[in-house]
Each structure stands twice: as structure tokens, then as C-alpha cells.
Design a protein around this ligand. Structure first.
Ligand code: AP5
Length: 233
């Protein structure tokens, strides 16, 4: 096995609306990691009208899962990019046990394939309000909430001034299907990581700032200086 001595590798797992996409940019900035959101990538492909976009539009809008092979190739291609060589956040992947197994294979010979798997745990009943009130900036993946995190100007992205949209899958009917898909296909992924010692469960019903602090505390409690780190250099 190969010793890996730098860069955090993090996986975020949680139901729709649990706050993965809210926390990922915060973690990314704090730890200089690349953020790979499979949902954002699929929405970008749909927006650009690519062949992949045409194939996945109906699947994502109905709340089902895109086939494993498509998602595995997408992640493989993105993880190999230079900007991800110093660590990454996987947001929305792996979502099935097959995807988790293929991710392990992809990360190859390293002694420690992943550093943290964060389980965003929250009761389904709290998610409807979060999902139906969400507004997103498609180009960046930034998300707001009509009530909880309103943009400074209504329906406008704070950073670019571009319009915000509501995702086509963010309605009560599709949310039910997305939750059922989560419980059937993604919950077993938590079991897959249970015995690895890297799984931490977070109470995702708390405020966003509380959750950010919890995540920082988890990382701090297990932080090891890279081998190349030398305080005297
Ligand atoms: P994806 O985009 O990954 O959707 P999802 O998993 O359903 O997750 P969401 O983006 O809905 O939730 P989130 O946890 O990021 O919530 P957020 O932080 O925005 O996937 C979409 C589709 O793509 C899937 O259905 C599937 O078809 C396909 N797909 C993607 N990956 C795939 C894969 N690997 N395999 C197969 N298919 C795949 O928060 C939600 C709202 O709540 C926001 O408005 C936010 O402002 C607010 N909020 C956040 N935190 C808090 C808080 N603590 N308190 C109050 N409000 C909060």
C-alpha cells in the first residue's frame, strides 16, 4: 500500500435538504478542497443540453437514480483533475453500495482511501419546508432559502446578481420519491462505512452554523499533521 500524507478526502451523505450543499462550500473554503457535487454536475449537463444532460433529465426530475456506471465515470474523471489532488469533498456520491465499492477501487492502493464520511442525520418530516423554500444559483450551486437564508435581493444571487431558480425536483411529490430512494439505496451506504472508523453522524436538524462548528470539531479531533509537515522549516 501507498502512504498518503496530505489532503482531506471527505464524503457527505444525507437525505435531500439535509444541508450537504450548504456545508460543502464552507468546508471547501476552510480546508482548500475541491467540491464535487454530482447533482450540480448533472444539472449543468442538463442546462447545457449535452448528450448526458438529455439522458438524465427525466431521471433526476422524477427523483430516481442515474445508473451507477454513469456516475462512477463522472467521479473518476473529476477526481483525476489537478485541482482535486490536494483533497476533495464528495457531495451526493456514493449513493449506492455499488458506487461505494467502485470508489474504493478507484482510490486504489492508498493506505487510507477516505478520511471522513459525514452522515447528515435528520427526520424526514423537517425536510419538506427546507426543500420547497430552496432557491439555487445554477452556475455556482449556491443555495438560499426563502425563509431561512433569503438572498439580499429577492430571487437574485448575492455574488453575481444573476437570477435564482427553484429546482424542478424541489416539490412535495418528487421529494417523497427522493426520500424513498434515499432510504432504499443510500442508507445502506452508511452501513458500508460503519466499520471503517471514519463515519461520524451529525445532527442535521441544528442551525447551519452549529453544524459547521460540529464538522470542524470532528476534523480537529482526528487531525494528523502530514508527514512532510515540519515546524522548523
Ligand atoms: P442532488 O443535487 O445531490 O440532490 P439531493 O441529494 O436530493 O440533495 P439536495 O441538493 O436536495 O440537498 P442538500 O443536502 O444539498 O440540501 P441544501 O444544503 O441545499 O441530486 C439530485 C438528483 O441527481 C438525484 O435525485 C439523482 O437523480 C441524481 N444524482 C445525483 N447524484 C447521484 C448519484 N451519485 N447516483 C445516482 N444519481 C444521482 O439545503 C436545502 C435547503 O435547506 C436550502 O434552501 C438551505 O438553504 C436550507 N438549509 C440548509 N441547512 C439548513 C439548516 N441547518 N437549517 C435550516 N435550513 C437549512
Amino acid at each position: 500500500t501507498k502512504k498518503r500524507d496530505e489532503g482531506l478526502r471527505i464524503v457527505l451523505i444525507g437525505p435531500p435538504g439535509s444541508g450537504k450543499g450548504t456545508q460543502a462550500p464552507i468546508i471547501k473554503d476552510e480546508y482548500c478542497l475541491c467540491h464535487l457535487s454530482t447533482g450540480d454536475m448533472l444539472r449543468a449537463a442538463i442546462e447545457q443540453g449535452t448528450e448526458l444532460g438529455k439522458q438524465v433529465k427525466a431521471i433526476t426530475e422524477s427523483g430516481s437514480l442515474v445508473p451507477d456506471d454513469t456516475m462512477v465515470s463522472m467521479i473518476k474523471e473529476n477526481i483525476a483533475k489537478p485541482e482535486c489532488s490536494k483533497g476533495f469533498i464528495l457531495d451526493g456520491f456514493p449513493r449506492t453500495v455499488v458506487q461505494a465499492e467502485k470508489l474504493d477501487k478507484m482510490l486504489g492502493e492508498d493506505d487510507k482511501k477516505l478520511d471522513h464520511v459525514l452522515d447528515f442525520s435528520i427526520d424526514d418530516s423537517l425536510l419538506t419546508r427546507r426543500i420547497t423554500g430552496r432557491l439555487v444559483h445554477l452556475a455556482s450551486g449556491r443555495s438560499y432559502h426563502k425563509e431561512f437564508f433569503p438572498p439580499k435581493v429577492p430571487m437574485t444571487d448575492d455574488v453575481t446578481g444573476e437570477p435564482l431558480i427553484q429546482r424542478p425536483d424541489d416539490n412535495e411529490v418528487v421529494l417523497k420519491k427522493r426520500l424513498a430512494t434515499f432510504h432504499a439505496n443510500t442508507k445502506p451506504v452508511l452501513n458500508y462505512y460503519k466499520h471503517t472508523g471514519i463515519l461520524s453522524t451529525i445532527d442535521a436538524s441544528q442551525s447551519a452554523s452549529f453544524i459547521s462548528n460540529t464538522i470542524k470539531a470532528i476534523f480537529l479531533s482526528t487531525f494528523h499533521f502530514p508527514q512532510s509537515f515540519n515546524v522548523f522549516s
